[in-house]
Each structure stands twice: as structure tokens, then as C-alpha cells.
Design a protein around this ligand. Structure first.
Ligand code: FAD
Ligand code: SF4
Length: 545
């Protein structure tokens, strides 16, 4: 108990460094610990009931948690993302200690915390353990790094499957086997049937598998009106200390911390969940694609970071949403739309990631070779939609799905940005960013870099789509209906240029041909003018590097 209190106090005061609990234990107990196993809990494995923790022998095993500097330097992370991860980790370490686990916690400002490998290797050697137990890592590169350290230190690595997910990797491999074409919808129906989620007498609840047609509303000229507030999570002493550490150690990283308001504990995540179910889920479905100036969150849940840190399980989140439908508190279109994101997309992209990596990272099917425009890192552009979405991203570490897909992602694809560069940007700037979910969304859904493995056709659109789904264009100096001339919307110019660049490939494509057929309406003169304007834009953005 003494160790527990010490750890809690030290974490709050920022004093915890090195093997805090070992230092405070009597020598006899230290000896017992050396014979135990090292249980490694990664920053995105903050699940109280993870297989690795459930397997722990509290009397002998030692739980290791490592904060490392190069995690935030390797990808130049948003300060809020780093603060969220570290604060959630420190709170989790406190919970572990309070619940009788022996914790070894390495802080970001310690000498060994340079990289994951150095921190882990020094811990293994110091403790003299012979076995490392962990729930399988979410990220391919991290798992490789840990395996390499275990080989170097000549210790056994015991990997346990991650029970957080509703579809195990084995089940996904099985589902995938023999399929010529992968379709998320097929996977989603398989999952609903297998788990009996939103199923009534073997049929989909509400009579349809899909309510997408009801779910593409925009707010109209009148706007969204009064929106429900989000719950507030005042930074406590631990979070404040992390903020100080992060601004001290990573002062040049992008993003703001003012107004940091993300759940850092399971209790806070449960509050966020409950608030969403009651106040926002009913309108989530119809307005999930809509955007509005200065309204970052609208009816979205803001639960992705809590889910990805594993503070919440997808099953409990889905069950709460389905219960709201069954009570008559939320319509089927909203609840199905929400369940589809979690049971469908989230599980699907994870399966895809693990069955495609590491080669997936090298995909560049559209041969995109432009640099990422510099304004992605500061939001300084006269395109109102990008200024808004990037500005809000740097402020909160958040943008909702359509802002990511149809504003920042769309622009990068139309411009032909190198997939790796836009991938690194997405991984850096969102509080919920973890590679297993970010990479397939970026390479597959947003950039078509994987050549259609995830999306059946490129999500290409002109400025008119943004005009329809938001009010951004009303305050912009460009005109979404113009593709040439001084007022031409860069999205619209680059859209037609994109269609021309990839005409050969998609003109006969079964799903995309319709869109490409529109090109036939352009005469040679218009095509030439669009190409010239597009080249001008590309030169301009490249020069801003
Ligand atoms: P809501 O709109 O409230 O959705 C509910 C939940 O469904 C989310 O919390 C999330 O867990 C899940 N979800 C929704 N859409 C997806 C999807 N396409 N794939 C997987 N899960 C989904 N999501 C991440 O969690 N981490 C990322 O790093 C990430 N990177 C993305 C990059 C790009 C280019 C795109 C287009 C999407 C990305 N997404 C990512 C998916 C999605 O945009 C976010 O999950 C969502 O915007 C998070 O906000 P929210 O929690 O309010 O979600
Ligand atoms: Fe964006 Fe074009 Fe609309 Fe301006 S006109 S806000 S650049 S879509």
C-alpha cells in the first residue's frame, strides 16, 4: 500500500522516475520479483481486463509501462495527442498500483526513455527477467521492435491475442480466405449475424442492413442550431504535470493544449459515452456527413481516442447504443450508422492492416509524387474549408470523419501527395491516431493508394461536394463551381485534372466509369485551361515547402 500511495503521489507531482516501486520495496521482496515475469503494457493497451493483466501473478510479476520520447518525435505528434497518451498511461499506472500490481514506470524525461528499445532493454537487464508477456501490439513496427529486444536479451516472448476486438485476427483471416474482392459490407453483415447485434428473428433490425440514404443530410442554410455541449474534463494534477513535461520536452511539436478536454481515465470515458448516447446519438446518423463553420464536434461521439487507448471496449459502446434503440431513445438510422462504424469499419480496417502489413506501407498505386503542402502544419491557406479543418485539428487534435476524408484527404489525393507524407500527417495530428486504424483509412479509403483493396473507387469530388455538405464556401474567396480563372476553387480544378490524369485507368472501371464519363463534356480548350491552372497550383504548393 505504501508503494501505491507513493506512486500515486509521485505521478501527480511529476517526481516518479525510474523503478519507483522496486526502490520502495524491501530487499527480500525484490529478490522474489526477479523470478517473476515482465508484463508489458503499451500506451494503447489501457484495458483493465487485458489478457496480459488477467494472466498476472500479482505476487511475482512486474508490470512495465514505458513513456518514450521518440514516439512523439518519430511522428511529429500533436501536443494534445502526446498529453492524452501519457496522462492516460500515468492514470492507468496509478490504477494498477492501487489494485495491487507491481509497476515499473519509465517517464519521458528519464535517460533510458529515448526509444522503446533502449527503455525496454535496460529494464529487462536490470530486472533480470526471463520472460516477457504482453497482449499483442496494435502496431506492426512496435511488435517487431519488442520481438527484436527479446531476441537481443535472449528472453522468451509470450504474446496473447487482444480480446478488445470483436473479430480476432484468426477469424478475419478465415473470413478473408478465398475471397476475390473484399467488401466491408459483407464483413459487417457477417459480424452482425455472428454476434446477433441489431438482429431480429434472423433479420436486420428496422428491415434494412443499411440506412445510408437517411444519413447524408446537411444542415441547410439555417445551420445546426443549438448543439449539445460536451462533458468537461478539467485537467487534474497528473494531466497538468504531463502538460508541463510535454511542453518542456517537445516545445516545437504542433498543436495547442489550451482547452485540452479528452477523457484520460476509464471513468471519464464512460461519462463521454453516456453523454453521447443521451445527447448526440439520436441525431448522429442523419448528420454524420455534415460540416459547419466553427463547429468541430456536432453530433459525433469523440470516443475514438478512448476506444483506441482501450479505456472502453467496442462491445460495451455498441451495447449502449443498441439499448438506446431498443428503449426507443434513438432511431435505427442513427444506431445502425454508429454500429456500422464500430462493428464494421473499425474491426475491418484492423483485419486489413494486420493481413497486409508490412508491404501495405509501400503502396502508391496512383503514383502520387507531390510533397504535402506546408499549410497542413499551420492551417495558413485562403481555402476556407482547409483553413477551418486544419485550424480545428491543430486546436483540438480532432476532425470528424468527413472532414478527414472529404476535405484534407480529398485535397491531398487530388493534388497527388505522396501517400507516406499524408499518412505521417494523419498519424501526427489526431488524438485518436494509431497506425492500425489510421493507415488503412488513409491509404485505402482516402488516397486509393492501395489500388482499391479497401475502397471500390477513389473518393474523388469537386468543391461542389463541400459546398453541399457545409457552409465553408460561403466565406471563401474561391467559387466551387469554377475550375478555371482567378476565382476557381482549387478542389474543382484539381478534381478535373485528377479525372484527366487517371482517365485511362478508370474510364472502363465498373464502379467509377460513370464519374469519368463526365469528362467527355469537356472540350480540348477547357481541358488545356484546367491542366494549366492545375500545374500552376501544384507549383505554388510545392514552392511553399
Ligand atoms: P464518430 O463519428 O463518433 O464514430 C464513432 C466511432 O466509430 C469512432 O469513435 C471510431 O472508433 C469508429 N469509426 C468511425 N469511422 C471509422 C473508420 N473509418 N475506421 C475505423 N473506425 C471508425 N479513426 C481512428 O480511430 N484513428 C485514426 O487514426 C483515424 N485516422 C483516419 C484517417 C483518415 C484519412 C480517415 C478518412 C479516417 C480516419 N479515422 C481514424 C476514422 C474516423 O475518421 C475517426 O474514427 C472518427 O472521425 C473519430 O471521431 P469520433 O470518435 O467522434 O467518431
Ligand atoms: Fe473549399 Fe473550394 Fe469551397 Fe473554398 S470554394 S471553401 S476552397 S471547396
Amino acid at each position: 500500500m505504501r508503494e501505491t500511495i507513493l506512486l500515486a503521489q509521485a505521478l501527480a507531482q511529476g517526481l516518479a522516475s525510474g523503478p519507483l516501486l522496486l526502490r520502495t520495496l524491501p530487499a527480500k521482496q525484490e529478490k522474489v520479483m526477479r523470478t517473476g515475469r515482465l508484463i508489458l503494457v503499451l500506451g494503447d493497451q489501457l484495458d483493465h481486463r487485458s489478457p496480459a493483466l488477467l494472466s498476472a501473478d500479482k505476487a511475482k510479476d512486474i508490470v512495465a509501462m514505458l513513456e518514450v520520447r521518440n514516439e512523439s518525435q518519430r511522428v511529429w505528434s500533436h501536443k494534445a495527442r502526446t498529453v492524452l497518451f501519457l496522462s492516460a498511461m500515468r492514470h492507468f499506472a496509478e490504477w494498477l498500483a492501487t489494485n495491487g500490481f507491481r509497476v515499473e514506470y519509465t517517464r519521458i524525461d528519464e535517460a533510458s526513455a529515448g526509444s522503446f528499445s533502449t527503455a525496454l532493454e535496460s529494464l529487462i537487464r536490470k530486472l533480470g527477467v526471463t520472460e516477457l508477456v504482453m497482449t499483442e501490439a496494435g502496431e506492426h513496427g512496435v511488435q517487431d521492435e519488442i520481438s527484436a529486444v527479446c531476441r537481443t536479451c535472449n528472453i522468451e516472448l509470450n504474446l496473447l491475442p487482444d480480446s478488445h476486438f470483436l473479430c480476432s485476427l484468426d477469424e478475419f483471416r478465415q473470413w478473408r480466405k478465398g475471397r476475390k474482392r473484399l467488401v466491408m459490407e459483407h464483413f459487417y453483415r457477417h459480424m452482425r449475424q455472428r454476434l446477433g447485434i441489431l438482429m431480429e428473428d434472423g433479420k436486420p433490425a428496422g428491415g434494412n442492413w443499411n440506412f445510408d440514404r437517411d444519413n447524408r443530410k446537411h444542415f441547410g442554410k439555417q445551420g445546426p442550431g443549438l448543439l449539445p455541449d460536451w462533458p468537461e474534463f478539467e485537467p487534474d494534477a497528473i494531466t497538468q504535470q504531463v502538460m508541463q513535461d510535454v511542453t518542456g520536452i517537445l516545445p516545437d511539436n504542433p498543436g495547442e493544449l489550451v482547452g485540452f478536454n479528452w477523457p484520460v481515465t476509464r471513468d471519464q470515458a464512460l461519462v463521454q459515452l453516456e453523454d453521447f448516447i443521451v445527447n448526440r446519438l439520436p441525431a448522429f446518423g442523419p448528420f454524420q456527413d455534415a460540416m459547419w463553420q466553427d463547429e468541430a464536434f456536432l453530433y459525433h461521439s469523440g470516443l475514438a481516442s478512448s476506444l483506441n487507448l482501450k479505456l472502453l471496449s467496442p462491445r460495451e459502446v455498441i451495447d449502449r447504443a443498441v439499448a438506446a434503440y431498443e428503449r426507443g431513445d434513438a432511431p435505427i438510422s442513427s444506431v445502425e450508422g454508429f454500429v456500422r462504424q464500430l462493428l464494421g469499419w473499425r474491426e475491418y480496417v484492423r483485419g486489413l492492416y494486420w493481413t497486409e502489413m508490412p508491404d501495405y506501407l509501400d503502396s502508391n498505386d496512383l503514383d502520387a509524387d507531390a510533397p504535402l503542402p506546408a499549410f497542413y502544419w499551420n492551417g495558413k491557406t485562403d481555402m476556407a474549408c482547409l483553413e477551418q479543418v486544419i485550424g480545428q485539428t491543430l486546436k483540438y487534435g480532432y476532425a470528424h470523419h468527413i472532414q478527414r476524408l472529404m476535405v484534407t484527404g480529398l485535397f491531398a489525393m487530388l493534388l497527388g501527395v505522396r501517400p507516406r507524407e499524408i499518412h505521417e500527417w494523419y498519424l501526427a495530428v489526431y488524438v485518436d491516431a494509431v497506425e492500425w486504424v489510421e493507415l488503412p483509412n488513409t491509404f485505402g479509403m482516402s488516397q486509393y493508394a492501395d489500388g482499391g483493396l479497401l475502397a471500390s473507387k477513389p473518393y474523388a469530388a469537386s468543391g461542389r461536394y463541400i459546398q453541399r455538405m457545409s457552409n465553408y464556401c460561403a466565406g471563401c474567396r474561391f467559387r466551387p463551381d469554377q475550375s478555371t480563372g482567378d476565382k476557381a476553387c482549387p478542389f474543382t480544378t484539381l478534381y478535373w485534372d485528377f479525372l484527366m490524369r487517371h482517365e485511362k485507368r478508370f474510364a472502363d472501371h465498373p464502379r467509377a466509369a460513370m464519374q469519368w464519363r463526365m469528362l467527355k463534356r469537356l472540350d480540348a480548350g477547357k481541358r488545356k485551361a484546367i491542366r494549366a491552372r492545375a500545374a500552376e497550383l501544384k507549383g505554388l504548393f510545392a514552392d511553399q515547402q
